[in-house]
Each structure stands twice: as structure tokens, then as C-alpha cells.
Design a protein around this ligand. Structure first.
Ligand code: ZN
Length: 498
């Protein structure tokens, strides 16, 4: 960050601090509490007459699911006599999916650009817990936090584990990046460069290996690294990149310890470096040039997963006065869906003061002329996002058609995007042309696999954890049916009921 940028950023922070008292606790929502439990610990709960979705085959069969001590004890067809149970709940044919897994989100981010800037600090802080609650209310029972305000995220994880906050199972990340790298700048922006518990500056292979060991000591669920050429916000400087040697040292050390390395990337150079180094998941997708058949073969042979985060295009790619093509194809689709859904989703998922800020932002961003002038408040850098909805979407479809391992995450927490809104991510993928059965597998079993947790979650099978989402209508017809679950079970217990 140079002097001019620093001054600009300081002015922004000062303005934020000066107005932070505008919101009082009365403007914030009440903590969400789970409904009364259906059975006592140790008792057996039978979910009868369920339309059980098999995410491996995409087939649906009617049957009963027996839950006990947090796990699925048995799944059996309707004509079989159920085993003994303590209480039965007739689902009357409702559709049951494994709990959704959001493989890429940021629980402590406020889902707005101006979440901190317009005196919304209190609301943004409450939003961290709200994000967790909304995950559960929308069927997201496990998430992978890809870094944000790390102290808040780890505090949240502790509260969820202790039962003080209703929220999903959280896998958290440890960041490694070079000085002035993309992740380093983001952590600096949050004033957390001193928070050495979840971040390490990594400029050499030796520091990379040390960083991995430190992540293991901290109990991190994965390592996150990044290659990002252009910053996503107008006030940020150009990021520096980690070299291949250091990236490779991190991947090798991580493989020795059995921990995954996720690479944030949006361009071809980053993608190549990730393949050369051996990362295990590619976050987002290449947006600056088309992937070749050779690239796709290399990616497939590597066994790595891609988490395409389609919602990013929906959230941060906007029409300008010079851009063309917003009246056809995916761009038109996104513009139309955003008009129909975005503001409603903001009020459903966010604290009201934040939702109001999002609505205002949405109106500003919907005006193509907004991007023609300079703004003191951080604004989305459209230079960095303008090719997501053409080159990025084409690459996503090419990966899908080539049979690349794909996970599913929505990048919720970034502006206009909510960690609990996985059904929207799945709906956008559906509208982009992927088959619904494949998308549901990506959001459940594939995500469980890429996180190394498929022995516990990702399918409805005896022995697995009882994380289930119940829908009134078949989500495989369209994920619009998955926007509002009827019920959500977490660890075999009722966690939400509409
Ligand atoms: Zn992200």
C-alpha cells in the first residue's frame, strides 16, 4: 500500500469509526434458538414416509430413516417393517437430502461493501453469528471457512461447539501468503496482520514448510494460499505473488501431514502454478483465458477438485457504460435473477441495517454510470471481475463436461452473497446448464470428499452423521424448491422447523 492509498484507507476507517454508533443493539435480531427436541438423548427417532434422495445415483426412493445418538442408524424402504423406535415423525413424502456443505464461504464477512463503512460495525459483528444461524435455517450443516476475520471465526466455532450459537460444523483455514500478497493485504485491511495464530507471511520454501507445521499445531482444517493479479476493491494495491518453489514446498509439506491446500485463483498463471505445485482444491475458476483440452486433462489426472463459486459472478460482476453483452446469455440471466432475488435474499439472510445498506448498494451498482466515477468508499474493481460471466462460465462448463472433480461453495460473506445461500449457488449452476443431480452431489458428497469427511457426511447412509434437509417439493426439479427447507436436522437433532 503506498502513501496515497494508505491515506485514503485511513480516511475510510476514520469515517467508519466516527459513525459506528449509529446502530444500536435494538436494531439487531434476536439470537436463534433450536426448536424443542423430538427425542431424549439415546432415544430413536424415526422419520417415516420420506422421499430419500440418493446423491450418488440421483434417484429418489420412499422409505424411513432411523436416527439415534446423532447418527443415521438405518435407512429402509417403505414396505419393510421399521425397527423399534421411540418416536416417529411422518414426513408425508417430503424430500430428504443430506445436509448441504458450503465448501467456500467467509462467515465473519458482512455480505456488503459498506458493512463497516456506514456505521454498521455492530450489525456486521452480529452478522457473523447470523451467518451461522442462517446456514442451519437453510440446510447448510457444514461449512469450510476460507478465511476472513479469523478471531471472530474461531470465536464463532467455539460458541457453536459449546452450543451457545446455532450454526454449522466449521472447518477453518490457515493462510500462507507472501508480503503484500492478496491474502496478506486482505488480513492487513482487517487489522489482523498481528494475528499470527491463523496467518503466516511466507516468502521462502522454508517459511512455507514452517507455515504448514504451524497450521497443524493450530488445528487448522486446511491451508489457503492465493494467486490474484488484480485486487477486487478499488482502494487496494496490486498484490505480489508467491513463487512456484514456495508453493510447491507448501503442497509437499501439507501432503506429508495429510492436510489440504486450497488455492484462490482467477487467472491462468495461478491455475498453472497450482497444477505444477500440486494443490488439492482450486477455488473459483480461470477467468482470463479459455482452458485447453491439455489443461483439463492435467487437472483431471491430478485428482484435484474445483470449487467454482458461481455466485461470485452473480454478486460482483456488473454492467458498465462500456461493457456489452448484458442483454443476452448468462449475463442477462444473472441480471434478471439478481433483480428478482437479491434484495429479498439480503433481508432474509442479513441484519436489517445491513440489508438496507445492501439494497442501497444494489441500486447504485445497477446504474452502469456508477462505475464511471471515483468513489472514496471501497468499490468493486470491475477490471478484476468483468470476464467472470463469459470466460469464467465457459471454463466452468468445460470443467464440468470434462468430468473434473467438482465441489460446491458460494463465497458467501463477500458483498451480495450469503454463507447460508447455497441453494442459490446451486440454482445459478442449474441455470448455467449443469444437471441438478450432479449439482446436488457436488454440494454434498463431493464436498465431503474434498474435505476428507465422506466417512461421516455427504450421503444418507447408515453410520453417517444425521445431517438432513427436508423439502416440500423435489429439489432435483429445480433448486428454487430448496430455497426454504421445511426442516433441518443436525447431528440427528431437529435444528430448524419452518
Ligand atoms: Zn472466497
Amino acid at each position: 500500500m503506498n502513501r496515497r492509498e494508505f491515506m485514503k484507507y485511513s480516511a475510510f476507517l476514520a469515517a467508519a469509526a466516527a459513525t459506528s454508533s449509529l446502530i444500536s443493539c435494538d436494531d439487531l435480531s434476536e439470537k436463534y434458538v433450536k426448536p424443542e427436541q423430538l427425542v431424549l438423548p439415546g432415544e430413536k427417532l424415526l422419520l417415516s414416509n420420506a422421499s430419500v434422495i440418493d446423491v450418488v445415483t440421483g434417484r429418489i426412493s420412499t422409505g424411513h430413516i432411523l436416527l439415534q445418538n446423532g447418527r443415521i442408524l438405518h435407512v429402509f424402504p417403505n414396505d419393510d417393517t421399521p425397527m423399534a423406535y421411540d418416536r416417529a415423525l411422518d414426513l408425508c413424502g417430503a424430500y430428504v437430502s443430506p445436509g448441504f456443505i458450503n465448501a467456500h464461504c467467509h462467515m465473519s464477512m458482512p455480505c456488503t461493501v459498506s458493512g463497516i463503512g456506514e456505521g454498521l460495525v455492530l450489525a456486521a459483528t452480529r452478522q457473523t453469528e447470523r451467518n451461522a444461524e442462517e446456514c442451519i435455517k437453510h440446510g447448510v450443516t457444514t461449512i469450510r471457512d476460507m478465511a476472513s476475520l479469523s478471531c471472530l471465526v474461531h470465536d464463532l466455532k467455539t460458541k457453536i461447539n459449546r452450543g451457545n450459537v446455532v450454526g454449522p460444523r466449521m472447518i477453518t483455514s490457515f493462510l500462507l501468503d507472501v508480503d503484500a500478497g492478496y491474502l496478506t493485504t486482505m488480513t492487513t485491511m482487517y487489522g489482523l496482520i498481528g494475528d499470527k495464530r491463523y496467518f503466516q507471511a511466507t516468502n521462502t520454501p522454508r517459511e512455507g514448510r514452517q507455515g504448514v507445521r504451524k497450521a497443524m499445531d493450530q488445528g487448522a482444517g486446511l491451508i489457503k494460499i492465493a494467486h490474484q493479479e488484480l485486487p477486487f476493491a478499488t482502494i487496494l494495491p496490486l498484490p505480489k505473488q508467491m513463487d512456484l518453489k514456495t508453493t510447491r514446498a507448501i503442497c509437499n509439506e501439507a501432503a506429508r501431514h495429510g492436510i489440504n491446500v486450497a488455492l484462490h485463483h482467477t487467472d491462468y498463471e495461478g491455475f498453472q502454478k497450482g497444477l505444477d505445485a500440486g494443490v488439492t482444491t482450486f477455488e473459483h475458476i480461470v477467468c482470463d483465458q479459455a482452458l485447453t483440452d491439455k489443461d483439463l486433462r492435467r487437472l483431471k489426472d491430478s485428482g484435484a477438485y474445483i470449487t467454482p463459486t458461481a455466485s461470485v459472478g452473480y454478486a460482483i460482476s456488473w454492467e458498465t457504460t462500456t461493457d456489452q453483452g448484458w442483454d443476452t446469455g448468462v449475463k442477462k440471466l444473472i441480471a434478471d435473477e439478481r433483480k428478482r432475488l437479491l434484495v429479498d435474499f439480503a433481508y432474509e439472510y442479513c441484519e436489517e441495517p445491513l440489508a438496507m445498506a445492501i439494497e442501497k448498494e444494489y441500486e447504485r451498482y445497477s446504474n452502469p454510470e456508477y462505475f464511471d466515477t471515483f468513489h472514496l468508499m471501497p468499490t468493486i474493481n470491475l477490471e478484476a471481475t468483468k470476464t467472470i460471466l463469459d470466460i469464467g462460465v465457459e471454463n466452468l462448463i468445460r470443467c464440468y463436461e470434462a468430468g473434473i472433480n467438482m465441489g460446491c461453495g458460494n463465497d458467501g460473506g463477500i458483498p451480495f452473497d450469503f454463507p447460508g445461500a447455497m441453494a442459490l449457488e446451486m440454482y445459478i449452476l442449474e441455470k448455467t446448464g449443469l444437471k441438478t443431480a450432479d449439482i446436488l452431489r457436488m454440494a454434498t458428497l463431493n464436498n465431503a470428499k474434498l474435505m476428507g469427511m465422506d466417512h461421516d457426511i455427504g450421503t444418507i447412509e447408515a453410520g453417517k452423521i444425521g445431517d438432513l434437509v427436508v423439502f416440500d417439493k423435489n429439489p432435483l426439479e429445480t433448486f428454487e424448491h430448496a430455497f426454504k427447507p421445511l426442516m433441518v436436522f443436525q447431528n440427528g437433532e431437529l435444528a430448524y422447523k419452518a
